[in-house]
Design a protein around this ligand. Structure first.
Ligand code: FE2
Ligand code: FE2
Ligand code: FE2
Length: 181
């Protein structure tokens, strides 16, 4: 992989890994007061694990230690603050990081990296909307009303409701979706 895309991939792996961990921690903290918000964090933490794993596989030719530089949201707090941190992270990925990484990968002809960045990019847009919905509820003083949250085990695509017959991002079949209900 060309060096700039390779470093972007390493950084994306770092970002997805931290997001996975952060959302698991946020879920634990919110469990008692906001069980649906906690369930949303748990489902999305699984999607971030899938993204991290997908990025990781593209780097399997590497051998050694590298520095991963990623946007990280620090200073955890109550559910409202943690939702705001989650929204900040997803917004950064949707508005800044993945569009830029995709453009560079495309310019460099790195198609596997481009595909991996795009699967994450498509998913993060859904995460952003779901976290915004959760934050609106918590601001109003309620747990969010939330149907089953479906995560595609191939690409991480996340949606609320019934699993589609085919994943709109990676085309995996319905049985590849896992529900957090
Ligand atoms: Fe992600
Ligand atoms: Fe995400
Ligand atoms: Fe998928």
């Amino acid at each position: 992989m060309r060096p700039i895309t390779e470093q972007n991939m390493i950084n994306a792996f770092g970002g997805e890994s931290m997001a996975h961990m952060r959302y698991r921690l946020f879920a634990k903290l919110a469990e008692a007061q906001y069980p649906n918000v906690a369930r949303l964090w748990r489902a999305i933490s699984e999607a971030e694990l899938i993204h991290a794993g997908d990025h990781y596989k593209t780097l399997k030719y590497l051998d050694g230690g590298f520095v991963a530089n990623s946007m990280g949201a620090f200073g955890p707090g109550d559910a409202l603050k943690n939702l705001s941190l989650s929204i900040a992270g997803e917004s950064f990925e949707v508005e800044e990081m993945y569009p830029a990484f995709k453009q560079i990968a495309e310019f460099q002809g790195e198609n596997d990296a481009l595909r991996s960045f795009d699967w994450s990019y498509q998913t993060e847009k859904m995460h952003l909307a779901l976290f915004q919905k959760a934050r609106d509820a918590v601001v109003a003083g309620y747990d969010v009303e939330l149907g089953p949250v479906q995560v595609c085990s191939v690409c991480g695509y996340t949606l609320e409701g019934e699993a589609p017959d085919e994943c709109p991002v990676c085309k995996a079949k319905k049985d590849k979706f896992t529900a957090w209900a």
